[in-house]
Design a protein around this ligand. Structure first.
Ligand SMILES: Nc1ncnc2c1ncn2[C@@H]1O[C@H](COP(=O)(O)OP(=O)(O)OP(=O)(O)O)[C@@H](O)[C@H]1O
Length: 447
């Protein structure tokens, strides 16, 4: 890797308007990508990882010019993509290729494999059919197929072979960047491994940069030099893949790594998320967007309870807010019977609610105790809104007030390099603090 990055993304935003009525009045915006910056170095594999809806595909499509950015800039080989026209635009389309999850989306069933792989060559001006055929045969062999496969049709191939054909189609025009959007999600484990090996081999052989988009940390671990972790349209952590995955600094990265679905929203074991619901990107949470689901949300400064009690309180609070409490903790005045044989207003009391949310013991902090008791009593009476308000008034975290800036990830113990990427979490640095670094601060510190 040397020289300037092949692709630079700065403060990229892609918002989709939500419209209503005949006049299509804009009533809101889905902030699919909301201020993302990164570089893809020549020949490197960069992974973007995050759960469904975090904005990975929108980022990938905007990088490729398939979506118009709402704000920010994408530069390819130093040139702003939005300003490319004519031949330069054509060259960009050749040099930056997309591989999608389902190869059937990329292959026309009526075209032979040879025609499909040759098509990009024809579009980009190679008129000599004999020469095209020779290139196609060569490329098919390089992706592990045979030159004779050119005369067959896509339906004659397995899923893995079809993905090899779409890789051949991308490779045939000598790209500098391949964007691979969940390229192996539809494949079984053995084939997945073969396709990842193939992508790795062609990346090294042809010095092509690959931007991997995946929800699967194993794919990223195996294939990427660096990783950027996305949550609700933002990058929350980035760095060398080995360091980030061995020693994640952001609670969200830790949750992804231990992503065992929890049926109990108050279960904080293993750093599981507080709530299962991903917030709506048209109305993201204030401050740190991860705070309602964060196992490490920062306690209010004046609260004097143990860390584990704080976790239970925060679990209680954000589960009430998300409407994800265990049934045993919510009274329903409309209903005659409750869960576990309780009758609403009879069996359910503040004490049963507190037991259900892991806060049965009296708290040492009198203000906290009063707030938890009041909220539990409100829930026992079926008044979720009152419980929500009481908890919000008593337990406001800095994480819901301040948006974290990207700061240097803590250095690995004993590591020679001081910096191994950035993390956006108030546990590591307050917004506007001296520690804050620019959002794309990984590029020059890691390589
Ligand atoms: N054309 C669109 N119009 C409105 N909202 C959209 C559009 N495309 C994506 N979104 C929304 O933007 C958010 C990010 O979607 P995106 O597909 O980029 O996420 P993702 O991380 O790639 O998830 P997945 O793995 O499920 O594709 C989601 O809330 C999605 O519903």
């Amino acid at each position: 890797m040397s020289g300037d990055p092949i692709c630079s993304v700065r403060d990229l935003k892609k918002h989709y308007p939500i419209t209503r009525g005949l006049l299509r009045r804009e009533v809101g915006r889905v902030r699919a990508v909301d201020g993302v910056s990164f570089d893809v170095e020549r020949g490197e594999a960069l992974g973007i990882v995050g759960e469904s809806g975090s904005g990975k595909t929108t980022t990938a499509h905007t990088v490729l010019g398939l979506e118009e950015p709402t704000a920010g800039e994408v530069r390819f080989d130093g040139e702003p993509v939005s300003e490319l026209t004519g031949e330069e635009r054509d060259a960009f389309r050749r040099r930056a290729q997309l591989i999608v999850q389902d190869p059937n989306d990329a292959l026309d069933p009526r075209m032979t494999v040879g025609e499909a792989v040759a098509e990009p060559l024809r579009i980009h001006g190679l008129d000599d059919a004999e020469r095209r055929n020779a290139i196609v045969a060569d490329i098919l062999e390089r992706v592990g197929l045979s030159g004779d496969d050119a005369d067959r049709y896509p339906h004659e191939f397995s899923g893995g072979e079809k993905q090899r054909i779409s890789i051949a189609r991308a490779l045939v025009v000598s790209p500098d960047l391949i964007v691979a959007d969940e390229p192996t999600s539809a494949l079984d484990a053995r084939v997945r491994s073969e396709i990842l090996d193939l992508l790795d081999r062609i990346r090294r052989e042809f010095d092509i940069a690959v931007l991997f988009v995946s929800h699967d940390l194993d794919v990223i671990r195996r294939s990427c030099d660096r990783v950027a972790v996305m949550y609700l349209g933002e990058i929350v952590e980035r760095g060398a893949t080995d360091s980030v995955l061995a020693d994640p600094a952001h609670p969200y990265t830790r949750v992804l790594l231990s992503s065992v679905p929890s049926l109990d929203p108050t279960d904080r074991e293993l750093g599981r998320p507080l709530t299962d619901t991903v917030p709506n990107p048209s109305d993201p949470p204030s401050g740190c967007r991860f705070h309602p689901r964060c196992p490490d949300v920062i306690p209010p400064a004046d609260l004097s309870v143990s860390e584990s009690t704080w976790r239970a309180i925060a679990g209680f609070r954000f589960s009430v807010q998300a409407g994800e409490l265990p049934e045993a903790a919510v009274g329903d005045p409309e209903s005659e019977t409750g869960t576990g044989g309780d009758r609403a207003g009879e069996g359910r009391t503040a004490a049963t609610v507190r037991r259900a949310v892991g806060l049965a013991e009296e708290l040492p902090d009198p203000d906290a105790e009063a707030a938890v008791e009041d909220a539990a009593a409100a829930l026992a009476a079926g008044d979720v809104d009152a419980a929500d308000e009481t908890l919000a008034a008593a337990f406001t975290s800095v994480c819901e007030r301040e948006a974290p800036a990207a700061v240097d990830r803590p250095a690995d113990a004993g590591a020679e390099r001081v910096t191994t990427g950035t993390v956006s979490c108030l546990r590591h640095g307050r917004s506007g603090s001296a520690e804050a670094v620019r959002p794309d601060g990984d590029a020059e510190t890691e390589n």
